[in-house]
Design a protein around this ligand. Structure first.
Ligand SMILES: O=C(O)CCC(=O)C(=O)O
Ligand SMILES: [Fe+2]
Length: 333
């Protein structure tokens, strides 16, 4: 599909679709960042990575790849909607959906606290049919009626009720990835059968987007907030001078079948991502069996592959993820 603005309907349904606006490298780089930084999101079966979270977890270097992409998207949006130099980025986030996630008909400004959102931009970072199934985007009226997510494609639309849209439920991915649960990890906090069920939800495929909202209102400028967070963070020199990530509170990584409940079963999303890649983790012997999960997030860990315990000690589980995903080529391809 080439660039499509559907000129005749522009007043009624102001929107535009750009194929291949992001390069494959940009999509892969953002996927890498999401997979090693994401937390459980705002709705069940959704994970997200916000820029403020990257700062809070001492991973602000990961903001750098967003900068040229955000600028390019803003330029395109302002040019198409003829509002050059008028818009501010209100929110930037990587959002992934796992099996069962969906969203019904809505406009993106449909709550009083969302009224500052004037334009929406959704960039697809992976591809329907290849990386996941389900998850098609539909506009209620006008053209295009349906968007089939493909890595690099971008849709831009006004956030008001001229662009009511929905996204179909993410379905089970056709090729079920094999994963192996070893007992070599200290899994005393977890119920393994429940963990297998929950893990299935992300091994079935994840639909990943970069979502941005734009505002005409300067008081909603995300950058002002980010600069303030960054400068506060830099005051903590010991943390900021280290390049090691610092996990947030453990419940932000806690994923269970029913995220709405306080179910003690479920597991850590970082842990799950390592399992999918064929790794387990091992906390050194002096980590007390009574440590609660929140402490474990901050503990040094070793990797286990099959029956082999690897020598290298990592600062914490986020550090492991960054290294393993980096080595596996997420960042360099
Ligand atoms: O991911 C998409 O295709 C759109 C998601 C959406 O509509 C929303 O988050 O408001
Ligand atoms: Fe939406």
């Amino acid at each position: 599909m080439s660039e499509v603005d559907f000129e005749p309907q522009i007043q009624h349904h102001p929107r535009i679709f750009f194929p291949n606006l992001l390069s494959p490298h940009e999509c892969t780089e953002l996927e890498f960042i999401h997979k090693c930084s994401s937390t459980v999101g705002y709705r069940p079966n959704v994970f997200s990575t916000t820029l403020s979270h990257l700062i809070a977890t001492n991973s602000s270097q990961f903001i750098i790849p967003f900068i040229p992409i955000r600028e390019r998207l803003k330029d395109k949006l302002e040019e198409f909607f003829k509002c050059e130099f008028e818009l501010f980025i209100e929110f930037t986030g990587l959002i992934s959906w796992s099996r069962g996630a969906s969203i019904g008909w809505h406009s993106d400004d449909n709550r009083p606290y969302l009224k500052q959102r004037h334009f929406s931009v959704v960039c697809y970072l992976n591809t329907y049919g290849k990386d996941f199934n389900g998850g098609l985007f539909h506009f209620q009226d006008g053209e295009p009626a349906t968007i089939i997510p493909a890595a690099g494609d971008v849709v831009m639309y006004t956030a008001d009720d001229r662009n009511i849209h929905s996204v179909d439920e993410l379905l089970i991915y056709s090729t079920h990835h094999f994963f192996h649960l070893s007992t070599s990890i200290k899994s005393y906090h977890f119920n393994l059968s429940d963990m297998k069920l929950s893990l299935g939800q992300i091994t079935d495929g994840e639909r990943l987007t970069l979502a941005l909202w734009f505002s005409r209102d300067g008081s909603s400028d995300e950058d002002t907030k980010l600069v303030s967070l960054l400068s506060q963070h830099l005051l903590y020199k010991n943390i900021a001078s280290s390049l090691l990530p610092l996990p947030a509170s453990s419940n932000m990584y806690w994923f269970s079948q029913d995220q709405a409940s306080n179910d003690q079963f479920g597991f850590n999303i970082c842990w799950a991502r390592l399992h999918i890649l064929g790794y387990d983790i091992y906390f050194s012997q002096d980590t007390s069996c009574d440590s609660d999960v929140s402490e474990l997030m901050l503990k040094p860990v070793h990797l286990v592959r099959g029956a082999e315990l690897l020598d290298q000690e990592f600062a914490n589980i986020l550090h492991v993820l960054q290294v393993i995903l980096g080595i596996l080529g997420y960042i360099f391809c």
